[in-house]
Write a protein that binds this ligand. Structure first.
Ligand SMILES: NC(=O)c1ccc[n+]([C@@H]2O[C@H](COP(=O)([O-])OP(=O)(O)OC[C@H]3O[C@@H](n4cnc5c(N)ncnc54)[C@H](OP(=O)(O)O)[C@@H]3O)[C@@H](O)[C@H]2O)c1
Length: 303
């Protein structure tokens, strides 16, 4: 068995899906869940996602050789503090938080330096839903997981986390913490701000009833992620405020240029922008399809 006992702190979409995936892959012995609410954890046992649960972090990590933090970013520091002095000798700790500098700062603050057994990570997979009920075993199939170990992170700890994610069907890649936070500000955090901002702006317009009545498929596709968990996103924005703030400024200037181009009636320039964007988007979608096909044909060798 690859993992003897896995402690999942925060048995929601991400934590629940990892537990399910590892169970399906027969890569884990026992799974212990931890959270605050009773109902979600009871449901996690009913669904077979965890074997047992506790509300006490220290008790959850007791004897666990792998600990996965899947709580919102604002709860990471408290979780580290609660596991301090309670971890097993061979325990490796990793997380799935959507921003990495804040989690690393939390670990440093609690442990007085970055522990060698902590491997920061982020699965680039998700949906707009939360809680164990919305978790599923294939969430990470053919998806990337970014690990951001430091120079002082134990190589064996990193290898164990890497192997865990591969068992869950993911493709593991590596980045520095700072690079991760800049890239994710652009590819995930900014698009979420656009969706939240657009829907909120329209909802506050006087004609909002009429606007939503005539909204069609395109609006629904574009705004799906505005149904994401507001608290989780509040935490992500605060955790990644500098990189996201910069990205939003750059985007605002792009929007101003676009508005001017439209006002000028400069069709040629508009066509240039839209053709460039369409080519980039088509190539991105084709790339996803190709990767999934390659991995499905060749499940042992994920590139
Ligand atoms: N959703 C995504 O698309 C996505 C993608 C990649 C990474 N992530 C990251 O993964 C983590 C979990 O996200 P998720 O989507 O799985 O959220 P989720 O479904 O809401 O699950 C989070 C779990 O953490 C527990 N929790 C919430 N607040 C807590 C607190 N203050 N202290 C302790 N436990 C708390 C909750 O249980 P109780 O309320 O019972 O405590 C809940 O089961 C976040 O750090 C997020 O940034 C999310």
């Amino acid at each position: 068995m690859m993992i003897r006992r896995l402690a999942i702190l925060g048995v929601g979409l991400i934590g629940g899906s990892l537990a399910r995936a590892l169970r399906e892959a027969k890569a884990v012995g026992e799974v212990v869940g931890c959270g605050r609410g009773e109902a979600n954890l009871r449901r996690a046992v009913e669904l077979g996602v965890v074997d047992r649960y506790t509300h006490d972090v220290g008790e959850a990590v007791d004897g666990a050789d792998m600990v996965f933090l899947a709580v919102p970013l604002g709860a990471m520091r408290g979780a580290f503090a609660a596991m301090k002095g309670r971890l097993a000798e061979d325990a490796v700790v990793t997380d799935g938080g959507s921003a990495k500098a804040s989690v690393v700062a939390d670990a440093r603050a609690v442990f007085g330096g970055l522990p060698a057994w902590f491997v920061p990570g982020h699965p680039i997979a998700g949906t707009e839903r939360s809680g164990v009920e919305s978790s599923f075993a294939t969430l990470f199939h053919n998806r990337r997981v970014i690990l951001t170990p430091s120079e002082t992170t134990d190589k064996d700890a990193t290898a164990r986390v890497d192997a865990m994610w591969q068992s869950a069907g993911a493709e593991v890649c590596y980045m520095s913490v700072e690079h991760h936070d800049r890239v994710l500000a652009a590819t995930s955090h900014l698009p979420h701000m656009l969706a939240f901002g657009l829907v909120d702006a329209l909802a506050r317009m006087e004609e909002q009833d009429e606007i939503f009545r005539y909204a069609a498929g395109g609006f629904r596709d574009f705004t799906r992620i505005a149904s994401s968990n507001p608290r989780m996103w509040r935490d992500i924005c605060i955790a990644n405020k500098d990189a996201l703030g910069d990205m939003m400024e750059a985007f605002a200037s792009e929007m101003r240029d676009l508005a001017e181009t439209i006002r000028r009636g400069d069709g040629e320039h508009l066509l240039e922008i839209f053709e460039r964007a369409k080519a980039a988007r088509d190539a991105f979608v084709d790339g996803i399809g190709e990767r999934a096909k390659r991995n499905d044909e060749n499940p042992g060798t994920r590139s």
